[in-house]
Design a protein around this ligand. Structure first.
Ligand code: 5GP
Ligand code: MN
Length: 347
């Protein structure tokens, strides 16, 4: 199997990386156990790229197939109708020794939680990702920091495996692409992104219905929760060298009072980052005792990926996250100090 693991960790993805991935899948997938893993607390790109690829493997005739993510087995409501969700298994049911492991949208093996150990046991591992901070933790690494979403990488690999797009695969890849481009609004929305969207929509997708279900639907209780969390937001105009910072937090108690599940917190960063007076937006989401999943966003003045990396996390230049500890005020104090050190050149 050594010839299947030729990828240079951390280097640019080359033709030989793509060939190695195709060879590993063609050799191991027809008869072996194939395990697909996406990152903890999965978003639309993690689940969409993984399930779209899973459906493609199923089309190739692969039958011993599991798709999973670490932690509590709760599929966020916006994704419960994604094609291929029937392939998802909880962490507790994952094969201990799969033959082939393929990961999606995970910038580091730490994002795979306790499932990271499955990589060492597999005969081959393929990492599909688009985070610049990805150092290449797989045997074969398909990491394209220019790709707007991991589903861009997944679509390319499916094409190289001669799997045609069908409406189910396309819907998964579309949800992923729409998620990571902010519904085709962010700067990375290149002609290549729209060309891919056109290919996907041409299979018969209904973008209006998909985006309403995925992005624009939430329970009434979540709307009331959003109101409360936004009402306690604080604006610090002098922070980030005068570019401004806005922050707020949401606790497990808030969720319980409004009868909401944890996934609803993920969409809360979007109204927070609309604040005109702040370049940096910080949402502090309680996940355990004095433990918080922290979302960071910038409009261009600050490299929040560098801030997150300094705090043990990662992400993209303008969208990143990490795990914080202490009170919300203590968490934001750490961020406030670091944003001053990671200003981006303006102009
Ligand atoms: P979000 O704030 O939407 O959870 O995440 C924004 C970006 O930061 C995503 O690309 C996500 O993968 C990354 N990210 C969020 N939290 C973490 C973390 O704890 N560690 C790492 N390495 N990346 C994170
Ligand atoms: Mn992504």
């Amino acid at each position: 199997m050594t010839e299947l693991a030729t990828s240079r960790p951390g280097g640019e993805t080359t033709d030989s990386d793509w060939s190695a991935a195709v060879a590993a899948i063609r050799e191991l997938a027809p008869t072996g156990r194939v395990l697909l893993i996406c990152h903890v607390n999965p978003d639309g790109d993690a689940l969409g790229s993984m399930l779209g690829f899973a459906l493609g493997l199923r089309r190739l005739g692969v039958t011993r197939l599991q798709a999973t993510f670490p932690g509590a087995f709760e599929v966020p409501e916006p994704f419960v109708e994604l094609p291929g969700v029937d392939l998802l298994v909880p962490e507790s049911e994952v094969w201990p020794d799969p033959d082939l492991v393929i990961t999606f949208d995970a910038a580091a093996s730490s994002r795979l939680g306790d499932l990271a150990g499955r990589l060492a046991r597999a005969r081959a591992t393929v990492v599909l990702d688009h985070h610049a901070s990805n150092a290449g933790f797989g045997g074969i690494n398909l990491v394209d920091p220019q790709a707007a979403a991991t589903s861009v990488v997944a679509e390319e690999l499916l094409a190289r495996l001669d799997v045609p797009l069908d409406p189910q695969i396309a819907e998964c890849l579309y949800v992923a692409l729409a998620t990571d481009t902010g519904s085709f609004k962010f700067d990375m929305t290149t002609p290549r992104v729209h060309e891919m969207a056109a290919r996907l929509i041409a299979t018969g997708l209904r973008p209006g219905e998909i985006s309403r279900r995925t992005f624009d639907t939430r329970p009434f209780g979540a709307v009331k929760l959003f109101a409360e969390v936004l009402a306690r937001a604080e604006l610090e105009p002098a922070a980030a060298a005068g570019h401004g910072l806005v922050w707020t937090y949401v606790t497990q108690d808030d969720l319980a009072r409004h009868g909401q599940r944890a996934y609803v917190m993920d969409a809360l960063i979007d109204p927070v980052r609309t604040v005109a007076e702040a370049d940096v937006a910080v949402l502090i989401k309680e996940t355990g005792d004095r433990t918080w999943a922290v979302s960071l966003r910038s409009k261009g003045a600050v490299d929040v990926s560098a801030v997150a990396v300094a705090l043990g996390g990662g992400g993209h230049r303008l969208a990143a996250g990490y795990t914080g500890h202490g009170t919300p005020a203590e968490v934001v104090a750490g961020v406030r100090e670091l944003v001053e050190q990671h200003l981006l050149p303006q102009g």
